[in-house]
Design a protein around this ligand. Sequence first.
Ligand SMILES: [Zn+2]
Length: 372
Amino acid sequence: MLFKDVIGQTEIKQHLLDIAHSGTIPHAQLFLSQHGAGGLALALAFTQYIICENKQAEDSCGTCPACVKAQKLVHPDIHFTYPIIAKKQSPHPSLSTDYIQEWRKEIIKNAYINELEWLQSIDAENKQGNITSDEARNIIKGLNLTAFEANYKIHIIWMAEALAKEGNILLKLLEEPPANTVLILIAENQEEILPTILSRCQILKINRIDDDAIATALLSKGVPQSNTQHIAYLADGNFNEAIKLIDSETGANTRLLTQWLDYSINLKTGELLKWTEENAKLGRENLKSFLEYTTHIFRESLMLMHIPNYVPRLANEENNLALRINKFMNHEKLAKLLELINKKHYEIERNVSSKMVLMDMSLHLYKIIRGK
Ligand SMILES: [Zn+2]
């Protein structure tokens, strides 16, 4: 993983770059990360930078053979330990490497995955994941081997809480590490790590990601700008959460807009009243997000109307909605509607009662569509 693909965390990245440039990389570090703040992503970027054969001042090259292997999580000098469950009827002791294919697949897809999702991916969601004593001994064995290709032998332990008391097995390794080894433990709860381990690691605290960095990352994933701020706000510094919110947020707003258009256009007064009552309770931020989303859909509808072969920035369901909107709209009506939504957004911001805003908006929508 490249540093540039790690969301936010500018200061931590600089700190890790400084360590790498200093030439004295600590033998043992503990990345104490908030949920979804990127502990693993940072460890991946940092270790790739260490082994990159053509590193730049601020990032790995991304293209040298070492980078290519690191990105596929197959570099022979970067090893991983993560919680697992024992494989049934396995003739040998259970090790993390039993699940290395699944690990590579999941982490390449999303380095911000949480422990539950990881365990679900190996069909172990109802069981507690473990890092066993056999695994701990295996870490020591691996780090004592000579590096194959890089100058360092690296081991990353993800969700080190799962070590529990087996962490004691690592004490000697932490006290007398073999030369040129780098051990990175990643954990979320300091209290669940043995004090004897804590005292032997350099601790790096990784706080929540700032909202702007999450919003920017969402935008580059193709999320409409109207949704990015609100999702970032709800995700509260957790990028894994933000990814999950993309679908639910877009889905919820699409549903709201579809209902609103249907009830207003067909003058289903009863439903419209109910819709207004219910959604007035959504809260200012949610309503603003809905109005911004509506603006996005109306704008894309306008583009579709006027630009031949225009490829709209819309998901499938939204595309159908935009096409339906265009059936009963023309340029003039859509322009009026955009103006209306803009005005209502302003009113919501100025704390006008949500119910009044939504009621008035529906009435005007009906008038504009009927050309009154
Ligand atoms: Zn490289």
